[in-house]
Design a protein around this ligand. Structure first.
Ligand code: SF4
Length: 570
């Protein structure tokens, strides 16, 4: 059975042992949320020593299943006040699997800034005062110099050390580019525990155990074939997730000027197509890149400037939509620089983009002024109060400026999809225990499902409930969400997901395993939030989205409260 490592930061001690029987079939999101729900008092201070920070590899980590190496991070969120899971690509989950380690649990609080070293001999909490205040890039560079190129690194930037509520947890890809488990302020939880970084070295570990290698090979190759046959995968490989800029623009749901419109006049200039043209002519750029071993889609990229200096890597649609269209900024080079600045400070680009849109509406900085954005964020570490508002998220920003149009649910900013056009996604924003989080259930239209109307108020609760269960399960497997979208159009692939888990664990599983497991996760999270004080009133969209038609569709969000309240009740 895989192990769970418990690091007691207060005592600077670590114990490792097999997962409990109740947890042995849980990975990723399911494991982080199970531990948080069981061990954290829902009323606890998220930045106090009683919060528990959990890192969990998915059930597929370290195996031949394609795209199966994501890392989940979970805790009570300082941004939402509810339970939180955020996940990222990178190499850490795979490295953990070399140690047959499914989870790492941090409790208490170290008495000084520390690094947690984990390897085949155990774990140690060592002082790291020399890393205080360093950006993520320099932190990773120094740790890589000290521990070598075979380790995986999880770290925070200064924003996490300072407890900003939009602080992200940063992880490294196999070639040491940065990735982020960005949402919900989990970087601030790590900072509150005085942990600057975790370094995992898999050398000499026993490796992951697989009960039926032939069975796993069969389901993995069926999944590879099925995933690659889906047309969206070719677009993802060619253009990365920024291919969604033109898709959302065409259906009028691209968040523009703080969600005041669904189309942006500068969309072409920030599109995936334009990015591909830029990268094709720039030295050292890579249009296709993979953020983790075993990826068959390669949606990431290395973004360089005109002189060939690397600016950032893995710039996603959400980052471009929120830092670009949502702020009326039509310059990919500017967005890439802000993406880098956020990664270095250790901030969630999505929350920052949502907060900047609110700040522009409130007059803090002019619409479309990229230089002003960089200047403002550059003053965060000087104690600038406006920069601090942005780093604490869109609700703090809007409340301080008197802006009433704040695109957030449970105090988390929305993704770059306008919920008045994609009402199933909007229903997920409204009701997901994680707050306004598209990865909990993004209901995109698909030619394979012509009967689904994303603009109708009817049927969205059922769609969102199904997707919330599906994506919670996908996060438990550790699969990259992009590679699991084809299985929504080709449900037979879902059977191969289940068969792969059976092959790894040696356990027979029911046909409805995925949805049933995902439902258990969401129901548990809803219960945690209820115990934390959340009510049905927290499962509501901001009023402006119910009242203001969005151009060009003229839609408002009009899914009924009764539909929202009936979710997860049967
Ligand atoms: S598809 Fe993209 S996000 Fe997913 S694993 Fe590959 S590079 Fe990473």
């Amino acid at each position: 059975m895989p192990d769970l490592l418990h690091v007691d930061l207060t005592r600077r001690s670590a114990t490792k042992g097999p997962l409990t029987v109740d947890h042995e079939m849980l990975g990723g999101h399911a494991l982080t949320s199970a531990i948080v729900a069981e061990e954290v008092d829902p009323k606890a201070d998220p930045l106090g020593p009683d919060n528990v920070l959990v890192f969990a590899a998915g059930l597929y980590a370290g195996t031949m299943v394609p795209n199966g190496g994501r890392l989940s991070v979970g805790a009570k969120s300082p941004l939402t006040g509810g339970i939180k899971e955020a996940n990222s690509g990178g190499s850490t989950a795979r490295t953990m699997s070399k140690l047959d380690l499914r989870g790492i649990k941090l409790t208490g609080r170290a008495d000084a800034l520390s690094v947690v070293e984990i390897d085949a001999t155990g774990a140690r909490v060592v002082p790291a005062g020399d890393l205080r205040g360093l950006g993520s890039y320099e932190t990773v560079a120094r740790l890589r110099e000290k521990y070598g190129d075979k380790v995986s690194i999880i770290c925070i930037g200064p924003a996490g050390e300072l407890g900003f509520k939009a602080a992200a947890v940063i992880t490294t890809s196999p070639d040491f580019h940065l990735r982020a488990a960005a949402r919900g302020g989990l970087g601030a939880v790590m900072g509150s525990k005085n942990v600057k970084a975790i370094v995992v070295d898999g050398e000499g570990g026993p490796g992951v155990k697989v009960a039926d290698r032939d069975g796993l090979k069969a389901s993995s190759s069926a999944l590879t074939k099925g995933i690659l046959s889906h047309p969206a995968m070719a677009a993802l490989e060619a253009l990365g997730s920024p291919f969604l800029v033109n898709v959302t623009q065409s259906i009028g749901c691209l968040s523009t000027r703080n969600f005041s419109a669904g189309q942006f006049e500068g969309a072409q200039a920030i599109s995936g197509e334009h990015m591909a043209e830029l990268l094709a002519e720039r030295p050292n750029a890579e249009a296709k890149h993979s953020c983790m071993a075993g990826c068959i889609v390669n949606c990431s990229q290395i973004y360089t400037d005109a002189d060939g200096n690397e600016v950032t890597s893995g710039m996603e649609f959400e980052t471009i939509g929120l830092l670009g269209a949502n702020c009326a900024i039509d310059d990919l080079d500017h967005i890439a620089k802000v993406d880098r600045l956020c990664d270095d400070l250790g901030l969630d680009t999505m929350e920052v983009g949502a907060a900047l849109g609110v700040a522009m509406e409130g007059g803090m900085i002019p619409w479309g002024d990229g230089a002003a954005v960089r200047g403002l964020l550059g003053k965060l570490l000087d104690g600038d109060p406006n920069a601090a508002l942005i780093a604490n998220g869109c609700c703090d920003t809007g409340e301080a400026l008197g802006v009433t149009r704040i695109p957030a649910v449970k105090r988390q900013g929305m993704a770059a999809y306008d919920p008045r056009v994609l009402k199933g996604t909007g229903t997920t924003y409204a009701t997901a225990p994680q707050g306004a989080d598209h990865t909990c259930g993004n209901a995109l239209p698909s030619p394979a499902n012509p009967g689904y109307d994303p603009g109708s108020p009817e049927g969205q609760a059922g769609m969102s409930e199904f997707l919330q269960c599906y994506f919670a399960a996908i996060d438990a497997l550790g699969m990259c969400l992009f590679a699991t979208l084809p299985a929504l159009d080709m449900p037979e692939l879902q059977g191969h997901f289940v068969a792969a888990v059976s092959a790894i664990t040696g356990k027979e599983l029911p046909e409805d395993y995925l949805i049933s497991m995902g439902r258990d996760v969401v129901v548990m999270e809803r219960d945690f939030n209820r115990r934390a004080g959340f009510t049905a009133a927290d499962d509501r969209m901001p009023a402006f989205l119910l009242e203001e038609p969005v151009a060009p569709s003229g839609n408002v969000y009009d899914v009924s409260d009764a539909d929202l309240d009936a979710m997860f009740t049967s």
